[in-house]
Design a protein around this ligand. Structure first.
Ligand SMILES: *Cc1c(COP(=O)(O)O)cnc(C)c1O
Length: 852
């Protein structure tokens, strides 16, 4: 045994995973393991469990490990087990059907042939830990829903050798970070190889003569391939091999190098993949947040080098096919680099011919001249942009309105598509079975479900969460230095019949992890109430560089360590997809108390709702648009209050009031049969009202219809006849920009209202417009009207297009009618905007002239 002791001190130089050779009848197993559809398909995981039920527990649901560790004898026995082979073949046939059947997208006309989807993180399963939080989970759900709908998406990301980090707690409750070394061969990934068997590699030039090479791992997410680039290859310098070490680690230069690989390398990986497999080249490029923004520069470079376009022509061609999604209104969440770093990276010996560094710098320009802003570049490189909830769309239009000077924020061309979640991944099996698998009828039947059945399932899911909480608390307490003898109390942590509130998410300050601790005595009283207690489960990782976040975690942990409450409130370390599934299924109430409006959407509450959990949340993000008064509770926001302490006090007090007076009352108000009828009514209403709205299939359909299809059409028109459209549009832009200074509204006449304008009448406007070198077809002239305030500012503005009715020597005449639909102070003006049929909106060029 001494020898083992010594080996335990020695770290392996490299680790690798040996996979068992499967007997022929079991061959379909490897495709089932390698296709991540198992992450949302219980029949497939049932099959994995049947391979070796004991081992399946040990490997914690990781099928690659299962196949790596299952004994050869067991495999031989299975190969001779007729029932197992029949189950295997049925599940395999089901996968083949899923991969090949026409689905929703195949019934759509005029849709793009392929869409590339870039994201710095993808959360698909806990077995592939390549995510830190909501952005990555959303990207994973996007791919899964695209697969279910048959949308031909190609995912593009990076493979991080340590993922994000795993979290544990020190004895005094401080977050500890661990960076596991993941072996890609032990993950459900396949290395892309050339026909001669060598790894397919791409490379990206770096300044100072260095080159960043990468190999490409493919994950298969149902029908959707996901390419993950990996810089850890022999031919790279050691410092370059470390570029894909971990997610969101390192300083600005490290991050920039990751983003160069993601954006520029990503486009090269897409080209190499399509060349290798014959897959259709993407027509649309969707970037999930700004991190992948350099993809646009690479596509411009390709067009300049390959199709002989000028930078301006190529810019138009690229913009038309690009969709940019912004995900955060938090300034610290926006990705920015020192301008000098960008200059150094894209200039000098690393400059690309035809892609001048000053043009690149202009794409990322912001208020601060020393800063390059990736979100601004995303908006300038994408003809279409969106936020991720209605409220966030609104906030984004205001936040980025400086890019469209002269426009009101309503005109800023940023739309919104509200996020959704992939139900098959997040809904507990019992709920799915209860609701049936039929796609249409599901939510309609909710009203007829017997209350006692629904309640019995909710209790079962809560009970399962309680077991998981105890297991995890025990594990964490042992890690924090407690001995078995001290941990008897853990058996009594949580109670399967107590109202259970969940709060789990990343720990940036705006999410206010510790708001519930504002009045600790009041919280303690609710936790220990002898009649109607609550219990709270909390989880979340703080970014390793965020000391403030770690202090919040410590505060929470120390509160929960108190023997007086430790059986009713727990902090579970290492929040991930695996833990999340227990939480969403088992919690009765999902709490969210961000500082409005900083939560762009939020998705955990959607996952809770689909399991019959009730949301208790500040009206921010998705909850602002989907709360209907009866499908949960809204914590009133004090967002007008400038003093943050007072605001927290007010909002925390509102939270305590709601729990004490409404939530507990409903939960503990039982009929003779022990069922809380009015609670179950609210659960039913939640499922029915939110079920159809919060799903990722709804979100992906919205993206297809509102963004991908128009982007694909625009890109196609600009690319046709060797990019004739792109040249024409770029030429038009040049002409408009050069002539715009001479445009003005010389005079506006109003008539038709008499001395006392009457409600319901209409007013006729005639505008004399100076167009200088531009022609009437280059512009749209609009009459804009609305309520007017004491400062002559217009509100609730509506704009109607005026018609070109005459040409004078100096002026062009435009006429239009304005309806007087509202009594009271009314104002109007006239404005001129550029017009071109290939623009997504007249605001797009950011040029406007107002009558003055
Ligand atoms: C859904 C989810 C998130 C995102 O939750 P938000 O409510 O958007 O903060 C983060 N992490 C995991 C593991 C999730 O499942």
């Amino acid at each position: 045994m001494a020898a083992l002791g010594i080996f335990a001190q020695v770290k392996a130089l490299r680790r690798f995973t040996v996979r068992a050779a499967l007997p022929a009848p079991l061959a379909p197993l490897s495709e089932l393991v390698m296709n991540l559809r198992w992450a949302w398909h219980t029949e497939t995981t049932d099959l994995f469990a049947a391979v070796d039920p004991q081992l399946w527990q040990t490997v914690a649901g990781d099928p690659v490990r299962l196949l790596g560790e299952v004994s050869a004898e067991r495999l031989d026995a299975l190969a001779r087990d007729g029932a197992f082979i029949a189950q295997l073949n049925a599940v395999h046939a089901d996968l083949q059907g899923y991969l090949s059947e026409p689905r929703w997208y195949q019934s759509m006309a005029g849709v793009p042939g392929s869409i590339a989807y870039f994201s710095p993180e993808f959360g698909i399963t806990e077995v592939l830990p390549q995510y830190s939080g909501g952005l990555g989970i959303l990207a994973g759900d996007h791919l899964k829903a695209a697969s279910d709908l048959g949308v031909p998406i190609l995912g593009v990301g990076l493979l991080y050798h340590a993922g994000y980090f795993t979290q544990s707690l020190s004895p005094d409750g401080w977050q500890e970070e661990h960076y596991p070394s993941l072996d890609p061969n032990g993950l459900p990934l396949a290395l892309l190889r050339n026909p001669d068997g060598t790894p397919l590699e791409i490379s990206v030039g770096l300044p100072d003569g260095q080159t960043l090479g990468a190999q490409i791992w493919q994950a298969q997410v149902g029908r959707v391939p996901l390419l993950l680039m990996d810089a850890d290859i022999e031919s790279n310098d050691p410092s370059i091999r470390a570029i894909t070490d971990r997610l969101y680690g390192g300083g600005a230069e490290h991050r920039l190098r990751q983003e160069l690989l993601l954006g520029i390398g990503g486009v090269r990986a897409v080209r190499a993949y399509c060349h290798l497999t014959g897959a259709v080249e993407p027509e649309v490029y969707h970037t999930n947040e700004g991190h992948a923004g350099f993809q646009g520069l690479e596509r411009i470079r390709e067009l300049v080098a390959g199709a002989g376009l000028s930078f301006d022509d190529a810019l138009q061609a690229v913009r038309a096919g690009t969709v940019f999604t912004t995900h955060t209104p938090v300034p610290a969440g926006i990705d920015r680099f020192p301008r000098t770093l960008i200059e150094h990276t894209f200039g000098g010996d690393n400059a690309s011919p035809g892609v001048p560094v000053d043009r690149i710098l202009a794409l990322g320009a912001e208020d601060d001249p020393g800063v390059f802003n990736m979100a601004h570049m995303g908006l300038r490189l994408g003809q279409r942009a969106n936020g991720v909830s209605k409220l966030h769309g609104h906030v984004s239009r205001e936040m980025f309105s400086a890019l469209w000077p002269g426009f009101g924020s309503v005109d800023v061309p940023i739309s919104s598509v509200t996020n959704g979640v992939h139900a098959p991944s997040w809904v507990a099996r019992e709920i799915t079975e209860l609701l049936g698998v039929g796609p249409q009828s599901t939510w309609e039947i909710v009203g007829e479900l017997p209350a006692d059945r629904l309640w019995a399932i909710r209790r079962e899911l809560r009970g399962r969460l309680v077991d998981e909480v105890r297991r995890r608390v025990h594990h964490s307490m042992v890690h924090r230095g407690h001995t078995e003898a001290e941990l008897g109390w853990v058996q009594n942590v949580f109670d399967p019949d107590v109202l259970t509130i969940g709060f789990a998410r990343r720990v940036p300050s705006y999410k206010r992890l510790t708001m519930m601790l504002r009045d600790p005595a009041r919280l303690r009283a609710m936790l220990t109430d002898p009649e109607r207690p609550i219990q709270i489960v909390i989880a979340g990782k703080s970014h390793p560089a965020d000391e403030g976040g770690k202090h919040l975690i410590q505060q929470m942990v120390q509160f929960a360590d108190d023997p007086a409450v430790r059986n009713r409130i727990v902090f579970l370390p290492d929040y991930d997809i695996g833990m999340a599934q227990f939480l969403y299924a088992g919690c009765d109430v999902w709490l969210n108390n961000p500082l409005r409006p900083l939560e762009a959407c939020g998705t955990s509450g959607m996952k809770s709702a689909l399991n019959g959990g009730l949301n208790l949340s500040i009206r921010d993000g998705w909850w602002d648009e989907m709360y209907d008064g009866g499908n949960g509770w809204a914590i009133p926001t004090a967002d007008g209050i400038a003093d943050p302490d007072r605001r927290d006090d007010l909002e925390a007090a509102a939270f305590y009031d709601l729990v004490e007076q409404h939530v507990r009352a409903r939960f503990y108000d039982r009929g003779a049969d022990g069922v809380p009828k009015s609670w179950i009514d609210m659960v039913r209403h939640t499922l029915k009202s939110l079920g159809p709205l919060v799903q990722a299939t709804r979100m992906v359909r919205d993206y297809v219809e509102e963004l991908y299809t128009p982007a694909g059409a625009a890109a196609g028109r600009l690319a046709a006849s060797s990019y004739e459209g792109a040249r024409e549009l770029a030429g038009w832009y040049g002409r408009i920009r050069a002539g715009w200074d001479s445009v003005r509204v010389a005079h506006v006449d109003a008539s038709g209202t008499g001395d006392t304008p009457q409600l319901g009448a209409s007013m006729h406007l005639r505008a004399e417009v100076v167009l200088g070198p531009l022609s009437p077809s280059d512009v749209t002239v609009q009459a804009c009207y609305g309520r007017v305030d004491a400062t002559e500012e217009l509100h609730d503005v509506t704009c109607v297009e005026m018609s070109h009715t005459g040409d004078g020597d100096e002026f062009t005449i435009f006429d239009g009618d304005v309806p007087l639909q509202r009594a009271g102070a009314f104002g109007y003006t006239v404005r001129v905007l550029p017009r071109h049929e290939l623009l997504s909106s007249s605001a797009e060029p950011g040029l406007v002239v107002l009558a003055s």
